[in-house]
Write a protein that binds this ligand. Structure first.
Ligand SMILES: *Cc1c(COP(=O)(O)O)cnc(C)c1O
Length: 365
């Protein structure tokens, strides 16, 4: 097939290319590739950007979630309530920590964890609530904080799609006890490989996490506890340092393009998702339609790439079948209807018009 007129996106460096190349050269020449000055500097810079006191660089966003849970002493026999509508890695991370993911349903409009459904899922074994700030928009944190406080459980934030997002003006990742970020190449801040970070305002948790990511070592070759090997490497840290100064402008551009989609799709035969918080960072621009398959086929015909985030609710993934997770009807419905349109900082205004007018020409019947 020829290359699409409007591709979904490419994580390749653009205006940041020279800075990224310089960062790579610097690390190559340094002779220091794991847990060195680049990671230390990136952790400080990322913490500042997130409005958090501490950041800990780790191997992936998945590891970030699993490490936070382990850092909180959550493991076998403990339950963590999370959302059925996310990358499956959110729930897999809970399992990696040895705990059991329990699914509450989503709010049908916001598509993030329903606080009422979370409250109904709490048991004596519940140790944490793990909301996902889906598509770049924070979950309903005020209501979730209330549920968490009432039951004395921790909130751990999956902010892997929400770099720089805020909720009521508060930076995501700092509302709960800690937040997990991913730097997978397609995220709002991406590495040229895998990477992740944890942010927290809790100094003793940060210290514990620095140990846990490095095999549980307290000093070289002295392992205090069974940690894992999940370190952000110097190359990725340097690349992320080169890209971080662009993130605010990239986020602004994402918001602008989303606004344009909203205007140009106002009369289109798709349902737009409501923006609940101006702190939305538009990792994805998602619309809903009951005719998703035909809409996607129509857009493919027009040379427009789309994706589905996500086609299968996590409780229905065969990988979790042995847990017999609760079925979540709102999430099931969303998984059948959502479709993600191209949205990235390199997208042109004209591309949004191309996509929007193609959708306006689509007939549901
Ligand atoms: C990407 C993502 C993850 C996993 O991050 P990795 O760095 O790929 O491990 C977890 N949760 C959400 C919501 C994500 O988007």
């Amino acid at each position: 097939m020829s290359s699409p007129r409007v591709p979904f996106g490419s994580p390749a460096p653009r205006e940041d290319a020279a800075a990224v190349r310089a960062a790579i050269e610097r690390v190559v020449a340094s002779g220091w590739y794991v847990l060195g000055p680049e990671v230390t500097a990136f952790e400080a810079e990322f913490a500042t950007a997130c409005g958090a006191r501490h950041a800990v660089g780790v191997g992936t966003g998945t590891d970030a979630i699993a490490l936070i849970l382990r850092g909180l002493g959550i493991g076998p026999g403990d339950e963590v309530i999370t959302t059925p509508l996310s990358a499956a890695y959110t729930a897999l991370a809970v399992m990696m920590a040895g705990a059991t993911p329990v699914f509450a349903d989503i709010d049908p409009e916001r598509l993030t964890l329903s606080p009422a459904s979370v409250a109904a899922a709490i048991t004596a074994r519940t140790k944490a609530i793990l909301p996902v700030h889906l598509y770049g928009q924070a979950a309903d944190m005020r209501a979730l904080e209330e549920v968490a406080a009432r039951h004395g459980v921790a909130i751990v934030e999956d902010a892997c799609q929400a770099h720089l997002a805020t909720t009521d003006g508060r930076p995501v990742g700092t509302v709960g006890v800690a937040g997990a970020f991913s730097f997978y190449p397609t995220k709002n801040l991406g590495a040229l490989g895998d990477g992740g970070a944890i942010v927290t305002n809790d100094e003793s948790l940060a210290t514990k996490l620095r140990r846990l990511r490095n095999g549980g070592q307290t000093s070289r070759y002295h392992h205090q506890e069974p940690g894992i090997n999940s370190r952000l490497d110097e190359m990725q840290a340097a690349i992320l340092r080169a890209r971080l100064p662009f993130l605010r402008a990239w986020t602004g551009r994402r918001r602008e393009l989303a606004r344009q989609y909203r205007v140009e799709l106002a009369a289109a035969p798709v349902t737009l998702l409501r923006e609940f918080d101006a702190g939305h960072v538009y990792h994805l621009f998602v619309v809903r339609t009951r005719a998703r398959q035909r809409l996607q086929a129509h857009l493919t015909q027009e040379g427009i790439e789309t994706l589905v985030h996500y086609p299968v609710p996590i409780p229905r993934q065969p990988a979790l079948a042995s847990l017999h997770p609760a079925d979540c009807p709102e999430a099931n419905r969303a998984c059948d209807e959502v479709v993600s349109l191209p949205l990235h900082p390199g997208l042109a205004t004209a591309d949004v018009t191309t996509v929007a007018s193609a959708i306006c020409r689509f007939h549901e019947d």
